[in-house]
Design a protein around this ligand. Structure first.
Ligand code: ZN
Length: 335
């Protein structure tokens, strides 16, 4: 190598100017992926440049692969919905890609794409407002992941998402648990009994997925939805504590327990001291009426008090005027 060539080579190494496509591709590893700590942002930028150069050189296969790598490392740097979308698109165009952090070991892109599709489906489900739509969305996410069975997940942990990220199967169970939870919430309006079945299945799945906070949240809901009580006022049996019946403050004595017992009615109506169960229809009717009376009384009081307050205000103003007048007189006399 002539001295001129050596200088040129040195300049290429430091600045990256004049690199061909393959050199630019290698640079993504040397100046990005393999750094300690790795600089994936720089790697992605080099892959983008390499992709452009491969296109110029007419090597479409490598251009697409460089692009897929750029999308993959961009996703790891900032896992935005757009980055996930772009990674799904570009990675679907290649069969294999270098394993993250390696330049020699190749992995199939199929499972990576499925993993990202499941993340997208779950995010879409989360964004829905109706429980039934969420239930369907999470079920789709779960079924997408089941396609890669017991394989280890490769990207989910890097996306910093909540929930299990070791095995595809476990995360599929986690998504199904959310599906059951939302299906239960959707069913609640028509049948607490069938909601109960969904919540039961949801808690079991959250337990399998080892997500204890959701397991206890849905578990508490399951406890409430299982409870049945009669309404003290209308006598109907309702299922769902704090959902279709509530405890209201009142005053009870042992006598009331004896009355209920003699009539062979539901002793649970007064199983808490100085409280009684009312179905939410009766309870809300009482609350709404009490509220209406309170507003009426408040308006009456306002009508009574406004003239009194206005009178007082006039008296105070008169007194202030009188004081000011006295002060002026005192001032005049001193002068
Ligand atoms: Zn009632």
């Amino acid at each position: 190598m002539s001295i001129f060539d050596k200088i040129k080579q040195a300049a290429k190494d430091t600045t990256g100017l004049g690199l061909n496509a393959t050199e630019q591709y290698n640079r993504a590893y040397q100046k990005g992926v393999f750094l300690a700590p790795p600089n994936y942002k720089a790697a992605a930028e080099h892959f983008v440049k390499a992709s452009g150069k491969f296109t110029e050189e007419g090597n479409q296969a490598m251009a697409v692969r460089a692009n897929a790598n750029a999308a993959l490392y961009t996703l790891i740097v900032a896992p935005t919905p757009e980055a996930i979308d772009n990674a799904v698109k570009t990675m679907s165009q290649v069969q294999q890609l270098e394993r993250i952090g390696s330049q020699t070991e190749m992995v199939a892109t199929g499972p990576l794409v499925i993993e990202l599709r499941a993340v997208q489906l779950a995010a879409q489900a989360e964004a829905c407002s109706a429980h039934m739509e969420k239930a369907v969305g999470f079920k789709n996410a779960s079924q997408a992941l089941l396609k890669i069975g017991n394989a280890p997940l490769q990207l989910t942990d890097r996306l910093k998402l909540p929930g299990p990220f070791d095995k595809a199967l476990k995360r599929a169970v986690y998504y199904q648990a959310f599906s059951d939870y939302h299906a239960g919430c959707a069913k609640l309006a028509e049948s607490p009994q069938s909601a109960q079945d969904f919540f039961q299945s949801s808690t079991t799945r959250f337990k399998q997925a080892q997500v204890s906070d959701m397991e206890s949240k849905v578990g508490a809901l399951l406890q409430d939805v299982q409870f049945k009580r009669h309404c003290w006022m209308c006598g109907r049996e309702m299922q769902g504590r704090n959902i279709y019946f509530k405890y209201y403050p009142t005053s009870t004595a042992p006598y009331h327990n004896r009355v209920v017992e003699a009539l062979q009615q539901d002793a649970g109506m007064i199983d808490s001291p100085n409280e009684v169960t009312l179905c939410t229809v009766c309870g809300l009717a009482v609350e709404a009426q009490a509220d209406a009376y309170a507003v009426k009384r408040m308006n009456e009081l306002r009508e009574e008090l406004v003239p009194v307050i206005n009178g007082l205000r006039n008296d105070v103003n008169n007194l202030i005027e009188r004081v000011n007048e006295l002060a002026r007189m005192a001032h005049t006399h001193r002068g």
